[in-house]
Design a protein around this ligand. Structure first.
Ligand SMILES: Cc1ncc(COP(=O)(O)O)c(C=O)c1O
Length: 460
């Protein structure tokens, strides 16, 4: 026995969590959480719920930014992790072939019959970095195209294809990549004609603001890319594994067969970081073209047994519990019920998305009564109204959600894919109450808006 006792450590020092974070990690996180009153102490979680120390339940409409596709602590994934630890495998020797990576690759590829091989890394951004490297190497071309407002992760390669200045500023020089407007085929063709483009990387539904690629765009872009001997990379880090009501979001459209597909988040089962880049045989054969190049792209923790076991368990649960179909049905129900509210609330402008990836967009009200409040918030900072909705959803209704990116009046819902009618009812009821409150035009909610304005003006 060593002196290490995790349970004791948590019991003794768990209460210091916010102070420790402020002192040793990113001090702005606790600061932000204190400001908006999100500084809760959650003690326990299961499925789509957390519980605080008083035993109050919180509904999770965020799923750890999409990591908790199956909700928290799914018993099958948990058991697989117990089993893999108990098996005492000779993992990560690095000079043998373990069974679990091959089995997970085989299983993943059943969902993309046109692809042949998988590279396993440890995160979404690493899955993207892999795709960028493979595309450049396979085509022998330097430039990657990406969409304005795109998000593909925050390491330097992924940042080079990030469509937001807020993330990029101050980190130059980045790679010589170029943004094109989502849906603009003429712009895409113009760039392709220069003959130096390796690939276009795209989220089939853009996470920032929840913007689906326009109908027909992915197929047309793919045809253009292939005509110019460039590749299509689908970033399914957020949209993949059932989130949008198809196993992969690109499958919503017939005939779309990306050359490389990036996967991460939900494949982890919420436990073990993992990234996977699925691709065509010829691309992998080119990158790993000789024995000398066997480690030309690799990761020390890639393919580790815990990640592979969690991934295999996730895919098995997805089949057994018909998770993709549930995401589609429950997503349709939630979107339809929310969309029905757009006639009732002048501040509610749009409800969009697919499956359980839903954007709720707010906009300028018609009535004079509300317009003054709205204008005051917009003048201080765009996105404050959406924040004003997210806060009472948590404070009054114990529902965790998020604003879909800086300066956006959009709330993004990406709950666990296991939710059902009960959670839809709870969300819609709470949202209706918050919107009723906002449309009354006075009271606590707009007072809180003024507090946010003050915070926004102070900065720091
Ligand atoms: C579409 C997309 N790609 C890549 C990433 C980066 O993933 P990670 O945070 O695991 O690096 C994200 C993360 O939100 C994402 O949404």
């Amino acid at each position: 026995m060593t002196g290490f006792d995790l349970t004791k450590l948590l019991a003794e020092r768990g209460a210091e969590r916010y102070d420790l974070h402020a002192k040793h990690i990113n001090h702005q996180l606790p600061r932000m959480l204190h400001t908006i009153g999100f500084d809760k102490v959650y003690e326990r979680a299961e499925g789509a719920y957390f519980w605080d120390a008083d035993g109050q339940d919180y509904l999770d409409m965020l799923a750890g930014f999409g990591v908790m596709g199956l909700g928290r602590h799914h018993p099958v994934v948990r058991q697989a992790l117990h089993d893999v630890l108990d098996a005492g495998l000779a993992d990560l020797t690095r000079f043998d072939c373990q069974p679990l990576p091959g089995l997970l690759a085989e299983k993943l590829l059943t969902h993309t019959p046109h692809l042949d091989r998988v590279f396993f890394g440890n995160s979404g951004t690493e899955a993207v970095e892999t795709a960028l490297k493979f595309a450049r190497y396979a085509t022998g071309r330097p430039r990657v195209l990406y969409c304005t407002h795109a998000f593909h992760g925050l390491t330097t390669g992924s940042l080079s294809v990030n469509g937001e200045d807020g993330f990029r500023d101050g980190f130059a020089p980045l790679l010589p990549d170029t943004a094109v407007e989502l849906g603009d085929l003429a712009a895409l063709e113009r760039e392709l004609r220069r003959g130096d483009v390796a690939a276009l990387i795209i989220e089939p539904i853009q996470g920032k603001g929840v913007h689906p690629a326009p109908p027909g765009y992915l197929r047309a872009a793919q045809d253009l890319l292939h005509r110019h001997k460039a590749l299509l990379i689908a970033d399914e880090v957020q949209t993949g594994l059932g989130r949008t009501g198809d196993f992969f979001a690109y499958q919503h459209e017939d005939g779309v067969e990306p050359d490389l597909v990036c996967v991460a988040k939900a494949l982890s089962g919420g436990y073990v970081p993992v990234g996977a880049t699925l691709g065509k045989d010829w691309i992998f054969k080119k990158v790993y073209s000789s024995m000398d190049r066997v480690l030309v792209h690799s990761a020390s923790f890639g393919s580790n047994a815990q990640a592979m076991a969690a991934g295999l368990a996730v895919l098995a649960v997805m089949e057994d519990e018909e998770i993709v179909a549930n995401a589609r049905h429950t997503g349709d129900l939630l979107r339809t019920r929310l969309a029905a509210l757009t006639d009732r609330y002048e501040l509610l402008h749009d409800v969009r998305g697919r499956g359980l990836m839903i954007g709720i967009e707010f906009g300028r009200p018609r009535s004079l009564k509300l317009r003054g409040h709205w204008t005051m918030l917009q003048a201080a900072r765009k996105g404050l109204f959406a924040q004003m909705v997210v806060v009472p959803l948590l404070q009054r209704h114990r529902i965790l959600s998020q604003v879909s990116g800086d300066h956006l009046e959009v709330i993004k819902l990406i709950p666990p894919l296991t939710i059902g009618e009960r959670e839809v009812d709870r969300f819609v009821t709470a949202f209706t109450e918050v919107m009723d409150d906002a449309h009354r035009g006075g009271g606590l909610m707009w007072d809180f808006g003024r507090t946010l304005v003050k915070q926004a003006l102070q900065g720091g």
